[in-house]
Design a protein around this ligand. Sequence first.
Ligand code: PEP
Ligand code: MN
Length: 360
Amino acid sequence: MENKKEMRTWLDDLNLNHPLVIAGPCSAETEEQVLKIAHELKDTDVSYFRAGIWKPRTRPGMFEGVGALGLKWLQKVKAETGMKICTEVANAAHVKLALEHDVDLLWIGARSTVSPFIMQEIADALEGTDKPVLIKNPVNPDLALWLGGIERIYKAGVKNIGAIHRGFSTYEKTKYRNNPEWQLAIEFQNKYPDIPLINDPSHITGKRDMIFDVSQTALDLNFDGLMIETHYDPENAWSDAAQQVTPSSLIQIMKDLKIRKETDPEAEYNKSLDNLRAQIDVIDNQIIDLLGKRMKAADGIGALKKSKNVAVLQSKRWNEILGKMVIEGESQGLSEEFILKMFKAIHQESINHQEKIING
Ligand code: PEP
Ligand code: MN
């Protein structure tokens, strides 16, 4: 797949002077709920109203969406508010129904992008449509699988394409519902700078009070827009209650986000600077995370040494590590002096940890 400017025609044609905003409830619940939220989002920066009609739930027995009936409610949203409408499609039947009901944009969910069979079925059903199609990242952090899914849609003659970054499942519990793995999104942008990339802070965080920060990071990383789940009564939503925000909080979030536009050289400079700083912030967080993990392993070693009554400092092992790291560092353009200083500090912290365990 080539990187083509035509992929972003749908977005450029909107002529927005701010990032794209897609908002609306996780799920369409009732006609009243859908219309009430839509009216509260009317005349804001929201371009597309979202609502899930068919809901992929982790376990059976949970609310699985209202089905095709909800498409009629979305059509009413369009007629009454003028907002464009969008929903998730997960098979050929969904695509057919969505297109018949004149849904303006379709997205493919994270649980579908993982399956090449499903992606091919959806691609065949979409063949030649001029509606924008946004492909969410697969639940697992696999860039090739994400790109492969996009390629299937593109090869079906869909020219208006976009991607949604909604984070990735992890075995280990983190503060996120779905870990952002920002470096993967950065790599995506480097490969396909012309595919619009939308961030979904709702599914990344799983918690409404974290949505602002993730949205700001996304904008600093040059994302083209945001998809934010919005409900007038989030606590009582039938799905994803913890992560939805009210329309008025969404409006406040959009007001508070720092948005840089490429209008003059000064703004261009600041935007590039913010982008690089955001990348550094992401990496710094990863460094801290890794150092924390390293110290946990050191604690484990401390406990073992204590049980065997072995000394903390083992110079032979330490010199081996240093030698290896100096060579690794060189291959990354890091000076020997820096590597030695840094590992000395890390080693000291490890020793402190182990001593605490042994004496404590
Ligand atoms: C959704 O957008 O409501 C949804 C189900 O998202 P995801 O596919 O990212 O889990
Ligand atoms: Mn949801």
